[in-house]
Write a protein that binds this ligand. Structure first.
Ligand SMILES: *Cc1c(COP(=O)(O)O)cnc(C)c1O
Length: 367
């Protein structure tokens, strides 16, 4: 072990990202064009045309620093969510928001509460500031908010909630979350991470951004990486009252969201057709994948996101084994052994033809 750095940094297990297409092509001797990647919950339609046009225009000004305050993007978000612009913090992806929250609100040795099987970055952000993660056992693969409330310790400064959750796809209805928020001690900041919010069915949607008016300790986090198709650009944002927002802005790097990303995000935010097309594809793709799982007799967790967690075997080698068999056929999905789910794989919902390629490959992998 090296002598450099604090022990809590040396103890961090690095984030495992989905394998890039080029890497799988090299490793397995495959043609890149033939590879199907359903591993990182990206939008299968890619970047919206409206964002491409906005970026082409913004490219002319790349010699200058981006707007450090993201004036226009914040103005657009302020209109969309009906909150003042100074309640918004922009992030280099919402991952940045999660990290900024840990840096702004947690000191070394203090605790952070999050759920078992929730997003890996919560543990990483906690460890990065020398915090102590309190991992609350999941209930039916989702957050057990009663247990999370009970787990809040005197030194707890932050709670992370993913809704819908990644990698399990579970969803907590509005009333349950609000009842939780009403009971959380006022000195504990709650990050409500809604990376998949735009994929919710209309009847499940609710305006969490408006809860921020009522709860000064609430941060609502959103991203342009999933439904908006801008994962490679890295744009996310947080909505919180000015006291919390001001603290986050002290930690935030001044130019954390680049100019192309700001321009593309504004265009995407106004591109209702793109979102609608993505939502329709997602509902249909979910039906396509889960019908195949039913046919194969595979258990899956009902999902509210753009991915499905499926159990591919009853032994702890199953996830890795089936994943390798899929990779050899040029299909990249996400093993979730690192989440404590070694019998499962997480499949992002793709285009109909991509889902079909995956299903055929899965049948061979299981045979
Ligand atoms: C994908 C994801 C994010 C963040 O992605 P960014 O690209 O950093 O915005 C945040 N939370 C959850 C639960 C996610 O799945």
């Amino acid at each position: 072990m090296s002598q450099f750095g604090p022990d809590y940094v040396r103890a961090i297990a690095p984030y495992q990202a989905g394998k890039p297409i080029a890497e799988v092509a090299r490793e397995f001797g495959l043609d890149e064009a033939s590879i199907v990647k359903l591993a990182s919950n990206e939008n299968p339609f890619g970047v919206p045309e409206s964002s491409k046009r906005a970026m082409a225009e913004a490219a002319a000004e790349l010699g200058r620093y981006p707007d450090a305050n993201g004036f226009e993007l914040k103005a657009a978000l302020s209109r969309r969510y009906d909150v003042p612009a100074d309640w918004i913090t922009l992030g280099n992806g919402s991952n940045d928001i999660l990290e900024i929250a840990a840096h702004a609100f947690v000191q070394k040795g203090e605790s952070v509460v999050f759920s078992e099987y929730s997003f890996a970055v919560y543990a990483l952000a906690t460890q990065g500031v020398g915090g102590r993660g309190i991992v609350v056992p999941a209930r039916d693969y989702g957050h057990d908010l009663d247990a999370m409330l009970a787990a809040i310790a005197p030194d707890t400064k932050l709670v992370y909630i993913a809704n819908p959750n990644n990698p399990t796809g579970t969803f907590i209805p509005a009333a349950t979350i609000e009842a939780f928020l009403a009971k959380v001690p006022a000195n504990v900041v709650v990050v409500l991470d809604e990376a998949y919010n735009e994929y919710l069915k209309p009847e499940d949607q609710f305006e969490s951004a408006q809860w921020v008016r009522k709860y000064p300790n609430l941060i609502v986090s959103r991203t342009f990486s999933k439904a908006y198709g801008l994962a490679g650009l890295r744009v996310g944002f947080a909505i919180a009252q000015p006291v919390v927002t001001d603290l986050m802005n002290r930690i935030r790097q001044p130019f954390n969201v680049n100019s192309l990303a700001q321009a593309a995000a504004i265009a995407a935010l106004n591109d209702k057709e793109f979102l609608a097309k993505g939502a329709k594809n997602n509902f249909e793709g979910y039906a396509q994948l889960t019908a195949a799982f039913d046919e194969l007799g595979l258990e899956y967790v009902p999902s509210h996101g753009n991915f499905v967690l499926v159990r591919v075997g009853q032994d702890d080698g199953a996830g890795a084994r089936v994943n390798l068999a899929l990779l050899k056929q040029g299909v990249i999905v996400r093993p979730v052994g690192a989440y404590g789910l070694p019998q499962w794989l997480r499949i992002s919902i793709g285009l109909p033809e991509e889902n079909a390629v995956f299903v055929e490959a899965l049948k061979k992998a299981l045979a």
